[in-house]
Design a protein around this ligand. Structure first.
Ligand SMILES: [Zn+2]
Length: 340
């Protein structure tokens, strides 16, 4: 197993970053599959072997615009197939996750603003055409892919899981009864715009007091302003651990807001697992401890909440595990089965 770091199109460098071994086969069609997680700054790709284990990983800078995104995906697919020694046409499928409004039935994307894609484009068809191979190309919202991937890396079989992304904003991908829950318009899991505090901070969505204003990385940037030499969440949690009174206050309100997001997800969907990912999850154990602490305190005050066992349902996405790309590779494989 190896990772290749592609620093620019056509320029590939090797790294030693280990990739965690993922769980058991999921019963879909055996075969190699490739998944891409296309973000605003980088494209992460993995190739899964027939057992569902990550065998190789690549990373490339995102090139904005539809031509850049398609080109980046196609290059990554070729690189991963070469690393695995598998011909592209022999793959069981390809999956692409990206932040935008996706119609997974036809692989079209629109409003992927961070990728420079505004108008509706047939991403899946464009990628398939450039690859020149007859194989499924499944396109999904990136958080849906992360939910699939997170369910795969958890050792036990998981049918009900929410992937709670804490980044610039707050939103969740939902896996319910073993299927992705996309919703009537693809907006399922947009819990970042539920009202958390009446008459609270204004939100770009036009409301006030949204979850996103308190539980996102952006919220920490505002509440714990720099200059920072490291990401603001890391500095905040370190300062709080060192006893800084203001940092403790900011950290505790942040943890309360994240705990509220967890509570919303469990009480609406009864998910067994809420896996916290996104940039803020890089804080690691101190974040998980703080959120579990809030949930445990709330359970002390409420027999109902105590009965839900919220604190035990929350966990962090495995550090360094490309769950979005892993989920995309699974989706590509499942698409051939019509199982997604
Ligand atoms: Zn909002």
């Amino acid at each position: 197993m190896s990772e290749q770091l592609i620093t620019a199109p056509g320029q590939v460098s090797q790294t030693d970053t280990p990739v965690s071994v993922v769980g058991t086969p999921d019963g879909s069609r055996p075969g190699w599959s490739i998944g891409l997680d296309v973000g605003g700054t980088k494209v992460l790709g993995v190739v899964l072997d027939p057992s569902g284990a990550v065998r190789h990983q690549v990373r490339a800078a995102t090139v904005r615009g539809i031509d850049g995104v398609v080109g980046g995906v196609v290059d990554a697919v070729h690189d991963l197939a070469d690393l695995a020694g598998v011909a592209v046409e022999d793959l069981a499928g390809i999956g692409i996750g990206l932040p935008g409004v996706v119609d997974p039935r036809d692989g079209t994307v629109e409003h992927a603003v961070n990728l420079g894609i505004v108008e509706r484009v047939a991403l899946g068809a464009l990628v398939a055409a450039q690859l020149g191979a007859q194989l499924p190309v499944q396109v999904e919202n990136d958080l849906n892919m992360a939910a699939l991937g997170a369910a795969h890396v958890i050792t036990e079989p998981v049918a009900d899981l929410a992937f709670l992304a804490l980044g610039t904003g707050v939103a969740a991908g939902l896996l319910l009864d073993g299927r992705l829950r996309r919703g009537a318009t693809g907006a399922a899991g947009e819990i970042g715009h539920l009202t958390l505090i009446v008459d609270g901070l204004p939100c770009k969505c036009g409301q006030a007091g949204c979850v996103e204003q308190y539980a996102s990385g952006t919220a920490i940037d505002v509440a714990w302003p720099g200059p920072h030499s490291r990401p603001a969440p890391l500095e905040l949690f370190d300062a709080a651990a060192a006893g800084d009174a203001r940092a403790i206050e900011v950290r505790d309100q942040f943890a309360w807001a994240v705990a509220s997001a967890v509570r919303i997800l469990v009480l609406t969907c009864d998910v067994q697992h809420v896996v916290i990912g996104g940039g803020v999850s890089g804080v690691g154990a101190p974040l998980l401890d703080a959120v579990r602490g809030v949930l445990a305190a709330e359970a002390q005050a409420s027999p109902f909440l105590a009965s839900m066992g919220l604190a035990m349902r929350v966990s962090l996405a495995p550090a360094g595990s490309p769950v979005g790309a892993i989920g995309a590779a699974l989706a590509g494989r499942l698409a051939r089965e019509g199982a997604i």
